[in-house]
Design a protein around this ligand. Structure first.
Ligand code: FES
Ligand code: FE2
Length: 427
């Protein structure tokens, strides 16, 4: 990859092309549990290198404002949330959820506050997440409708993890079927220790692969929402084993398991920080302890619901247990998906230079992801808008399913509508 293209993809701050792409879509900005109650503590939000404050007022209305008070710049995130507004601690200026200035104790002129509004941004709650939109008001897109938004929030498994690296490292890991059977061998290929593959019998396990094949061939198709691809492995009944993963602009994917669908978002906080949001539904999603165990989020040394920051770093060798690797109890020395995926992404450094890679056909979906994102970045750099999201409520991922040779894998996900009009280079 050319260095300039890497730069184009990884920079998300104000004025950058990818930053503008991300600012063109609604984006998850918090786990709804972080702003559950009226007049609860305000939340600092950083999105694509800019700082905001989110709060829920006395009526339950959500507000999203610039973090710094328009008077003289103290952080509103330290303020008081009370009486239907957020009040800056410094001189007491108070703002409503829509930014309207309500009170100025150090300037009693009633006309002043009437005509004054702090910059505010659209904010909503849906599917257990809080969403924000940071682009131009006149270009606000329709609010997205994801399948998970049609499931009761209290039956879903939802988490947020904040990691100290660029979003693309995490997003690429999510569009990379060939690592699943290797990095996640403990969950994906139990029995690897004895050279005897046994299929995971956990229908909740997104790493459980149906057949023992670490070099799937990939079939990729551009769609209106982004793209989807099938990882194709040799089936056991003479057919082909298919696993379909869709990528939804600008940073979402759906990861399948037989009885669980997980939608993940890799939201850029800034160039070197990312918030991962996961929302999963299925018959086992209510069992939070079981899900946290599989995610590897049950070790308080590395993650907790109090701050959500991922704390496995080189300082603690990412928590890797080399003794368990030697005893062949664990392939990676980590336990769970997040410790494994997180360690790989973080070990690349805050921003990886992709001009140094050596790609193989198994990286095809990662390459296509970059092409789709580069296409969007070039589009906005040329003065156009990125493509709007179509209805994504029926976009589907498919867990490993065997189909006869010669049948179209696309028929397993008939609502992932292909977009033959779009020319993505070298497809
Ligand atoms: S800085 Fe906020 S009221 Fe003065
Ligand atoms: Fe992974």
């Amino acid at each position: 990859m050319r260095k300039e293209d890497n730069e184009l993809l990884v920079r998300v701050g104000p004025g950058t092309a990818m930053g503008q792409v991300f600012r063109s879509y609604w984006s998850p900005i918090a786990d709804a549990k972080q702003l559950a109650d009226k007049d609860s503590d305000p939340l600092r939000v950083r999105f694509c290198g800019e700082d905001y404050v989110a709060f829920r007022d006395s009526n339950g209305t959500l507000g999203l404002l610039d973090e710094l008070c328009p008077h003289r710049g103290a952080s509103l995130a330290l303020g008081r949330v009370e009486d239907c507004g957020i009040r800056c601690l410094y001189h007491g200026w108070k703002y409503a959820a829509d930014g309207q200035l309500l009170d100025t104790p150090n300037h009693p002129d009633p006309h002043f506050k009437k005509g004054f509004k702090a910059p505010s941004y659209p904010i909503r709650e849906a599917g257990g997440l809080i969403w924000g939109y940071f682009g131009p008001k006149e270009k606000e897109p329709a609010f997205p409708d994801y399948a998970f938004m049609h499931h009761p929030v209290d039956g879903m498994y939802i988490f947020r993890v904040d990691l100290d690296c660029n979003y693309l490292q995490l997003l690429e890991g999510g569009m990379d079927s060939s690592h699943v059977g290797i990095l996640h061998a403990d969950f994906a290929r139990p029995g690897w220790q004895h050279g005897a593959f046994t299929r995971s019998d956990d229908p909740n396990n997104p790493g459980g692969i149906a057949v023992d094949d670490n070099a799937p061939s990939l079939s990729i198709e551009t769609t209106q929402f982004g793209f989807h691809y099938a990882a194709i492995r040799k089936g056991e009944q003479g057919g082909q084993s298919i696993r379909i993963v869709p990528f939804i602009m600008p940073c979402a994917r759906i990861i399948p398991a037989p009885e669980r669908m997980a939608t993940l978002f890799e939201v850029p906080v800034d160039d070197e920080h990312t918030s991962t949001f996961l929302v999963a539904y299925g018959p086992h999603s209510k069992n939070r302890a079981r899900n946290l165990y599989m995610s590897g989020l049950d070790d308080p040394r590395f993650w907790s619901e109090t701050d959500r920051h991922w704390k496995a770093t080189w300082a603690n060798r990412f928590g890797q247990d080399r003794a368990k690797m030697r005893s062949r109890e664990s392939w990676s020395g980590f336990r769970g998906f997040e410790p494994e995926d997180g360690a790989m992404a973080l070990s690349m450094g805050p921003i990886f230079d992709r001009s140094k890679e050596h790609l193989v056909p198994a990286d095809g979906a990662v390459v296509h992801l970059r092409r789709i994102l580069l296409d969007a970045a070039r589009r906005v750099a040329g003065g156009d808008d990125p493509l709007p999201l179509p209805d994504v409520s029926k976009v589907a991922a498919v867990a490993d399913t065997e189909i006869p040779q010669g049948e179209r894998w696309q028929d397993l996900a008939p609502h992932n509508i292909a977009d033959p009009q779009r020319q993505i280079a070298a497809e």
